[in-house]
Design a binder for this molecule. Structure first.
Ligand SMILES: *Cc1c(COP(=O)(O)O)cnc(C)c1O
Length: 361
């Protein structure tokens, strides 16, 4: 006898990338920043005392929101802090999607295929209907994407930009057209925006002419703080108010608020690591192309690539590299199976990877 809800019993949980333990690991499988957090973040950590932890933390991370609002030229009431951006996505589904929506024809979640695979899992936890629209083989979105979502009763939709798992970027004008045509809240997940040439922040500003865009950001990728679990959303204040109603009272802890505040203020310093990653990205891309791989243009800290016909195929590459303690990502979905995804590491890590890829059997 199981007491689980039906949708939880059916659920297949999200599969995180491996976190192998050996000391000599080269870890290029979960898109972490290969450089350590900058000094001011670690100084903020050292400054924390027992007395800070005795009390409850500020419930809405006001200090963090004020600093972040200033950096992004928005108002503090347009920012919500969350326990990783994963919590923000889950909150949005809680607030805007109907459970069992298939029976009501309203309240579904609009996605693209492929996309960040966690979205599907979060929707399944909530028992929301998923409306997944295929991208073409260059990961371009159909011109009538918003209309397709509208017809299927979607009240929330998620686009990851730059796109994961491909790394490609969508122009702001295209996102603006989708937001304008969509009858619901559009999340633009900017987990990788730190490595891109532009972002969609203009779409959440007061003069944007839009009131339905929610941008999701994280410190996990750009700021070398995946272990901290801190993300945030930026949106019109009305959307932030809605999300605030459903969040845990103390969803971010004192330590993460302090470190995240130090991180956003260290923006310019951290950006030096983004430049290093970007220049390594084009070096690795060119080397892979030289080895006959098809590499998708990327504005993230990873590359998606298809091996040449005469080389070992994607899964075999993943396995052979893992045997040598070099971890890249391979996805088993039918439309991803022939590809490998490589996070950009330090120059030394990338060299070791490229050398190992030349010696594949
Ligand atoms: C890594 C990632 C996230 C998750 O970020 P956390 O803040 O670590 O929860 C969200 N969206 C995409 C597309 C990601 O790749």
């Amino acid at each position: 006898m199981s007491y689980e809800r039906d949708n939880i019993r059916r659920l297949s949980a999200y599969t995180p990338g491996e976190q192998p333990k050996a000391a000599d690991i080269i870890k290029l499988n979960t898109n972490e920043n290969p450089y350590p957090p900058v000094k001011s973040i670690m100084d903020a950590l050292s400054s924390i005392q027992g007395e800070h932890l005795r009390k409850y933390p500020p419930a809405t991370a006001i200090e963090f929101r004020e600093a972040t609002a200033k950096v992004h030229s928005v108002q503090p009431d347009q920012v919500i802090a969350t326990n990783g951006s994963d919590e923000l996505l889950r909150l949005a589904i809680t607030c805007y999607c109907e459970p069992n929506s298939d029976s009501k024809k309203k309240g579904a979640l609009g996605l693209t295929d492929p996309t960040y695979s966690l979205y599907n899992v979060l929707a399944d936890i909530h028992d929301a209907l998923i409306v997944s629209i295929d991208l073409d083989d260059q990961y371009q979105m159909p011109t009538d994407l918003a209309e397709q979502w509208n017809r299927a009763g979607c009240t929330l939709a998620m686009i990851v930009n730059p796109h994961a798992p491909s790394g490609r970027v969508y122009e702001i004008d295209q996102l603006k057209m989708i937001a304008t045509a969509f009858n619901g809240i559009l999340i633009i997940d900017e987990a990788y925006a730190d490595f891109a040439d532009f972002n969609a922040l203009d779409l959440v500003r007061e003069n944007s002419g839009l009131n339905n865009v929610l941008i999701s950001r994280t410190f996990s990728k750009g700021y070398s703080l995946a272990g901290l679990r801190f993300g945030y959303g930026i949106a019109p204040a009305s959307i932030i108010d809605t999300l605030n109603k459903a969040k845990d009272s103390y969803n971010t802890d004192f330590i993460s608020q302090k470190l995240a505040t130090a991180a956003i203020l260290a923006h310019d310093d951290v950006a030096k690591t983004w430049d290093l990653v970007k220049s390594e990205r084009s070096r690795v891309e060119n080397k892979l192309i030289g080895m006959g791989y098809h590499v998708f243009p990327s504005q993230t800290n990873f590359l998606l690539a298809i091996p040449p016909k005469d080389a070992p195929q994607a899964e075999a590459i993943y396995r052979q590299l893992a045997e040598q303690h070099i971890y890249i990502r391979h996805f088993s979905m039918a439309n991803m199976r022939d590809k490998i995804r490589i996070s950009i590491g330090t120059p030394e890590q990338n060299d070791t990877l490229l050398q190992a890829m030349k010696e594949l059997k």
